[in-house]
Design a protein around this ligand. Structure first.
Ligand code: KIV
Length: 276
C-alpha cells in the first residue's frame, strides 16, 4: 500500500505532474519517448526518460498499418499494461485512439480503462476547439490530460496527409489560441507536433503548463520521439525531425541515454530537424 508515496523518498522517485511543472519552471527540458512493451520500458527507465507515451503510433510501428486510425482502446490498454510493468520512474501517458473520445462520457469511460486496466497516469487526445468540453469534463473528474495540437495523425484522411501545420498566419493563430483555451479547460500538458519553430516557441511562452514538442523546434519545454524512429528500426523515409541515435551508440540503452542527454543539453533538435 502507498508504494508510490514510499518511493517518493527513494533515490529515483517516480516522475509526477509536479516534477514536470518544476522542470518547466527550472528550464530543464523534459525527455519523452513512446514505448509499447515491457522490455523497452525497462531500458527507457534505465536511460532516465522522464515521460513515456504509449502512443497510437503503435498502429504503424507495431501493427503495420499506414495510419493510426485502426488502433482500438483495447490495443492501447494491452500495450500500456505491458509498458507499466517495466517502468518505475517515468510518468506514463496513454493515447486515446481514434473515436474513443467522441463525447465527454465516452472519453471518460475510455480514460478510466487506460488508467485502471493499463496503469496510465495521464491520457492524451488529439485536440482543438471541438475537444474543449471533453478536456474540461476529464479535468473535472481529476483525470490528467495531455492535449495534442498541430499535426493530428488521427485526422489524416480528412486533412490530406502528414503535413507541417500552422505555416500561415491564420493557422498559427488558431493553434496558439487552441493551446491557450485547452490549458484554460484543464489540460496539464500540451504536445505540439510538426509545426514551425517560431510557433513552437510562441505557444511555449504563452502557456503555464509544460509543452512537449515533436518537430516543433528547440524552444519547447521538452521533446518526444517515436522510439522505433530514433533507434533506426523504422524503415523507409523518416520525418525531418528524426535523428538516428543508434549511430555510433553500440547498444539500444546507449542510444536512449544519448537521446536523453541530447534533449537535456538542447543539442537535439538541431536546425536540420526543425521546420520554418
Ligand atoms: O502516437 C504517438 O506516438 C504520438 C507521438 C507522435 C507524439 O502521438
Amino acid at each position: 500500500m502507498y508504494t508510490q508515496l514510499q518511493l517518493r523518498d527513494s533515490a529515483r522517485p517516480p516522475v509526477t505532474l509536479t516534477t514536470l511543472n518544476k522542470m518547466r519552471t527550472a528550464g530543464e527540458p523534459i525527455a519523452a519517448l513512446t514505448c509499447y512493451d515491457a522490455s523497452f520500458a525497462v531500458l527507457l527507465d534505465e536511460a532516465n526518460v522522464d515521460v513515456v507515451l504509449v502512443g497510437d503510433s503503435l498502429g504503424m510501428v507495431i501493427q503495420g498499418h499506414d495510419t493510426t486510425v485502426p488502433v482500438t482502446v483495447e490495443d492501447v490498454v494491452y500495450h500500456t499494461r505491458a509498458v507499466a510493468r517495466g517502468l518505475h520512474r517515468p510518468f506514463l501517458v496513454a493515447d486515446l485512439p481514434f473515436m474513443s473520445y467522441s463525447s465527454p462520457e465516452v472519453a471518460l469511460a475510455n480514460s478510466v480503462r487506460l488508467m485502471q486496466e493499463g496503469g496510465a497516469r495521464m491520457v492524451k487526445l488529439e485536440s482543438g476547439a471541438e475537444q474543449l468540453r471533453i478536456v474540461e469534463f476529464l479535468a473535472g473528474h481529476d483525470i490528467a490530460v495531455c492535449a495534442h495540437l498541430g499535426l493530428k495523425p488521427q485526422s489524416v484522411h480528412k486533412t490530406g496527409g502528414f503535413r507541417v501545420q500552422g505555416r500561415n498566419a491564420d493557422a498559427a493563430e488558431r493553434i496558439l489560441q487552441d493551446a491557450k483555451d485547452l490549458q484554460q479547460a484543464g489540460a496539464d500538458i500540451v504536445l505540439l507536433e510538426c509545426i514551425p519553430t517560431a510557433l513552437g516557441k510562441a505557444v511555449t511562452e504563452a502557456l503555464e503548463v509544460p509543452v512537449i514538442g515533436i518537430g516543433a523546434g528547440p524552444d519547447t519545454g521538452g521533446q518526444i520521439q517515436v522510439l522505433y524512429d530514433i533507434l533506426d528500426i523504422t524503415s523507409g523515409r523518416k520525418p525531418r525531425f528524426v535523428r538516428n541515435f543508434m549511430q555510433g551508440a553500440g547498444s539500444p540503452l546507449a542510444a536512449l541515454q544519448g537521446y536523453v542527454g541530447a534533449v537535456k543539453s538542447r543539442e537535439y533538435p538541431a536546425s536540420e530537424h526543425c521546420f520554418s
